[in-house]
Design a protein around this ligand. Structure first.
Ligand SMILES: Nc1ncnc2c1ncn2[C@@H]1O[C@H](COP(=O)(O)OP(=O)(O)OP(=O)(O)O)[C@@H](O)[C@H]1O
Length: 259
């Protein structure tokens, strides 16, 4: 696999709260990386830092050989990194299809659009086909004409993924994609993500559902209070004392040593 994303020594504090402490990891092309850690350990902040929504205090982020850590979010999207949010907000008056179309990064010329030139119409037709395909992949075809705001929490998550994929990202970062998704759809979503990775897209997934993580990821990194304490196969997690401590507290080590 080819090396794609490098995060080197990223640190971030909010006031006196040091949330990320020199976080370093790499992501390979086509890899599905799990980003784990207890509540408040810094996972969303790390995604925000990579995607430019949060300015970092120090450290670098590179995609290929391009530094992106000082770029605004829209430039980072152009550099090939897309993301979804834990609680996606949807516009009240747009349909599902309209929301996906809006997420297309194809920029039609002003005159193409205003004058309805053939080049503009062709580009819009291609975007429409792409959006339809993504809605089908993400099992949203039946609701494509409904207001996006009326979707269930799980469907909004899937719509967020469709929007992120409209820009043909090289790296897709998902913040708790399974939360709120109906159990019947979970396996299908896992299969969809595996298919994406086979096409060469790399994924970083924050998720608390370990069954989902184990079915998808070859490697996980675990954050504990802003430090990466483990980078391993998901099957190794339960044997890693630092991971156990992160989730159960330091007392678990003391308890183990005492017995
Ligand atoms: N914009 C902000 N301003 C101030 N503090 C923040 C901000 N964003 C995050 N934090 C703090 O950073 C810490 C880590 O939060 P973060 O959301 O990154 O954790 P998390 O691992 O994603 O948690 P969860 O699993 O609960 O979503 C928390 O203490 C949080 O209060």
């Amino acid at each position: 696999m080819t090396h794609l994303l490098s995060v080197n020594g990223i640190s971030k504090a909010f006031g006196g709260n040091q949330v990320l402490k020199s976080v370093t990891f790499d992501l390979q092309k086509g890899e599905i990386l799990g980003l784990l850690g207890p509540n408040g350990s810094g996972k969303s902040t790390l995604l925000n830092a990579i995607s430019g929504f949060t300015a970092v205090d120090s450290g670098t982020v590179t995609v290929g050989d391009k530094r992106i850590d000082k770029m605004p979010p829209h430039k980072i999207i152009s550099a090939g990194i897309a993301r979804t949010f834990q609680l996606p907000a949807m516009p009240a008056k747009m349909t599902v299809m309209e929301v996906v179309m809006t997420a297309g990064t194809r920029h039609h010329g002003l005159w193409d659009g205003l004058l309805s030139l053939p080049s503009g119409r062709q580009a819009e037709k291609e975007d429409h086909q792409k959006a339809s395909g993504l809605l089908e992949t993400l099992l949203l075809t039946k609701v494509r004409d409904l207001p996006a705001a009326a979707l269930s929490g799980g469907q909004k998550k899937l719509l967020g993924i469709a929007c992120a994929l409209m820009g043909d990202p090289a790296i897709l970062m998902l913040d708790e994609p399974m939360a709120g998704v109906h159990p019947n759809l979970r396996q299908e979503l896992a299969e969809t993500l595996k298919t994406l990775s086979r096409t060469g897209i790399s994924l970083i997934i924050i998720e608390h559902d370990m069954h989902f993580i184990k079915s998808l990821c070859e490697r996980c990194i675990v954050l504990d209070r802003g430090h990466i304490v483990a980078s391993c196969h998901p099957d190794e997690l339960s044997k890693n004392q630092d991971v156990v401590d992160a989730y159960l507290g330091r007392g678990s080590r003391a308890l183990k040593e005492a017995v």
